[in-house]
Design a protein around this ligand. Structure first.
Ligand code: ATP
Length: 345
């Protein structure tokens, strides 16, 4: 597989702020690649550098092997879909989609055919004569997508494209975007601060923190084998086993992450055997909070030694009752503990 977009040691500074700090990424052709991170972590700046709306202070950007530094946005084989759609309100949907082709001087018959093709791709072929105000939010988002696809780019850059949609529509559009990407086979570079969105759609995800990339991996690897405390906490929720507790449990003064669903929770009096199971590590404590989530329940437990741990259990119809202040044993397999790099608790 060939490289679609490559960033090598790219830095972008705005005055004192280092928005993107020595970032290197290789994005493969046809990949669904997400840039995930909290607000201000540099993901939009990174996307804008690829699009050509920003220039790097240092480092190289290659698009399909070609040095991009001196190419203006319109000469790069990429197109951007923005969060606010940026549709022209006075133009029809067809005119909005055809606009870029008109500016490029594409002859009218070809313009018409390609506009229709792009509207077909996003299932809006019968909406061409409407104006943006006559469409729903999800439909407007699809027009923005068609407007980028009409240029037949090899790379589509998407900046929080689903941010303005309500949850249900957002999930529906996630499925549609994913299947469109698979069908077209073009590279998608997708910016989001929503970890579920990134995990469910992407082939690989880059996790940004303060202008740097903490980890680039598949969704499964990020979740099951986070390398840093930041990734463990930002991608899903987790328990951090700090050095002191780790030392007592494993005789190793390192920091670990363990996902709440990997911790088994049993009332102490009902199942004393769990605590003495040779394969499992265990601690005891008292339930301090119960958070019901429908499909699962989260139990926050205060350990006898003062630390807090959370266990998450899938709810079944005939669950045993576990109440606040119940004495419990928490146990897990040592393999569920993931050691984190350089994390200080
Ligand atoms: P969000 O999810 O809020 O869009 P982000 O991760 O995309 O955040 P960026 O927009 O890339 O983050 O911003 C990274 C940092 O660079 C922030 O501190 C931001 O304030 C700063 N920044 C971005 N653009 C500019 C600019 N044109 N001038 C000055 N500072 C900027």
């Amino acid at each position: 597989m060939s490289t679609s977009v490559e960033l090598s040691n790219v830095t972008r500074q705005f005055g004192e702020v280092i928005a993107v700090n020595d970032v290197s990424i290789h994005i493969q052709e046809g990949e669904f690649f997400s840039m995930l991170g909290p607000s201000g972590s540099g993901k939009t700046t990174c996307l804008r550098l690829i699009a050509g709306f920003e220039q790097a202070n240092q480092g190289r950007i290659l698009i399909h092997g070609q040095e991009a530094a001196h190419l203006p946005p319109y000469q790069r084989d990429v197109n951007t879909v923005f969060q606010d759609y940026a549709l022209f309100p006075h133009m029809t949907i067809e005119e909005n989609v055809a606009y870029g082709l008109m500016v490029k001087g594409v002859p009218k018959p070809e313009r018409k055919a390609r506009t229709q093709e792009a509207l077909d791709m996003v299932s809006l072929s019968s909406y061409g004569k409407r104006t943006p105000a006559q469409l729903s939010g999800g439909q407007r988002q699809r027009v923005a997508l068609a407007r980028a696809l009409v240029n037949r780019p090899r790379v589509l850059l998407l900046d929080e494209p689903l941010g303005a949609l309500d949850q249900q529509l957002r999930e529906q559009m996630q499925t549609e975007l994913k299947s469109l990407q698979r069908q077209l086979g073009i590279t998608f570079i997708f910016v989001t601060h929503d970890q579920n969105e990134a995990l469910s759609m992407s082939d690989r995800v880059a996790v940004f923190n303060r202008g740097k990339i903490e980890q680039v991996d598949t969704a499964k690897a990020l979740y099951n084998a986070p390398k840093t405390r930041f990734v463990a906490e930002f991608v899903g929720s987790t328990n951090i086993i700090a050095e002191q507790l780790a030392l007592r449990l494993t005789e190793s003064a390192r920091t670990f992450s363990i996902r709440p669903e990997h911790i088994q929770l049993d009332p102490v009096q009902m199942n004393p055997s769990t605590t003495s199971h040779p394969d499992r590590l265990s601690v005891q404590g008292t339930i301090s909070e119960i958070l019901y989530h429908g499909a699962s329940t989260r139990f926050n437990v205060t350990l006898d030694t003062g630390e807090q741990l959370s266990a998450q259990h899938t709810n079944a119809l005939a669950d045993r009752p576990l109440n606040l202040s119940t004495r419990v044993s928490l146990s897990w397999l040592p393999s569920a503990m993931v050691q984190l790099d350089g994390a200080k608790s």
